[in-house]
Design a protein around this ligand. Structure first.
Ligand SMILES: Nc1ncnc2c1ncn2[C@@H]1O[C@H](COP(=O)(O)OP(=O)(O)OP(=O)(O)O)[C@@H](O)[C@H]1O
Length: 264
């Protein structure tokens, strides 16, 4: 199992009163699986992902178990968490500009991690990045490597970030609203890239989104998160037909009218 979360509780303890945000989450992603985590804004989706990678310090109290590629993260030392983040997992978030250094050329930013963390020679790192920029559908990849982030559109930059995420051959990708800011065509292309990696390399993916219908179209299984609790898990076949929880039903019915008309 690539991601194995059991009975995860998380409270933020920085304020006057502790804020109990995650209330006993169970979540599993195996190799070759595309698993959705769906909920409204504030339900705790990003907190779950950040907790899984142990990106919180003293501000959060965590209990339960989070195993990433077989290694327990709760209680692990900083070096173990860093190693797992570098070797096994990639996180792709919504805003690609936040993930890239604005004053460095794209090629330099992407090569740096391969050279520094993964010990690749610069020439090999450049070759790998060039191949990946082509694979994620960027035209003129050599030129892109020489450009700065502000010279590319949001959709192009998200492709760059995905190339960066795949460059280290992660086993698990945590995609946190990774396609939410993109137009529908770019979103479909990027999802197709993820699906190919899942099929061909056995990548496991947790796909976090507020869009239940998008998750329903692509995921093998969907966990529905409401106020820090997984209230329902939907699996194929019959995905939405099996939804029983009122919160899930309200998410299904809250699809824009146009979208529902197109489906009927
Ligand atoms: N560092 C923090 N300290 C205190 N509370 C926090 C912290 N980070 C998040 N929260 C709270 O945790 C709750 C869940 O937030 P989270 O960002 O995980 O939601 P989300 O489902 O990802 O929503 P969105 O899609 O809007 O990002 C919110 O009430 C938020 O205010």
């Amino acid at each position: 199992m690539l991601l194995d979360i059991n009975e995860l509780h998380l409270s933020f303890v920085g304020g006057d009163e502790p804020a109990h945000i995650l209330k006993g989450i169970d979540l599993h992603v195996a190799a070759g699986e595309l698993v959705g985590l769906v909920g409204e804004s504030g339900s705790g989706k990003s907190t779950s992902v950040r907790a899984a990678l142990r990106l919180y310090g003293d501000e959060a109290e965590i209990t339960g178990s989070i195993r990433v590629d077989g290694t327990e993260m709760v209680g692990a030392d900083a070096a173990t968490c860093r190693r797992l983040r570098a070797e096994s997992v990639a996180l792709v978030q919504q805003d690609p500009r936040a993930a890239l250094n604005p004053v460095r050329r794209i090629g330099d930013s992407l090569a740096e991690r391969l050279v520094r963390v993964h010990g690749k020679r610069r020439r090999d790192a450049d070759e790998r990045i060039l191949a990946l920029l082509t694979e994620v559908g960027l035209t003129q990849p050599e030129r892109r490597m020489r450009q700065y982030p502000h010279e590319l559109s949001g959709g192009m930059l998200q492709r760059v970030v995905i190339a960066a995420a795949l460059s280290t051959d992660p086993k698990l990708v945590l995609a946190d609203e990774a396609t939410s800011a993109l137009d529908v065509t770019t979103q479909a292309e990027i999802i197709a890239i993820f699906q190919r990696q899942i099929r061909e390399r056995g990548l496991g993916m947790l796909f976090i989104t507020h869009d239940l219908h998008l998750a329903g179209a692509i995921c093998d299984r969907i966990h529905v998160l409401q106020q820090g609790e997984i209230v329902e898990t939907l699996g194929r076949p019959g995905l939405f037909a099996e939804a029983r929880h009122p919160y899930t039903r309200s998410l299904i019915e809250s699809a824009p009218a146009l979208e529902r008309r197109a489906q009927s």
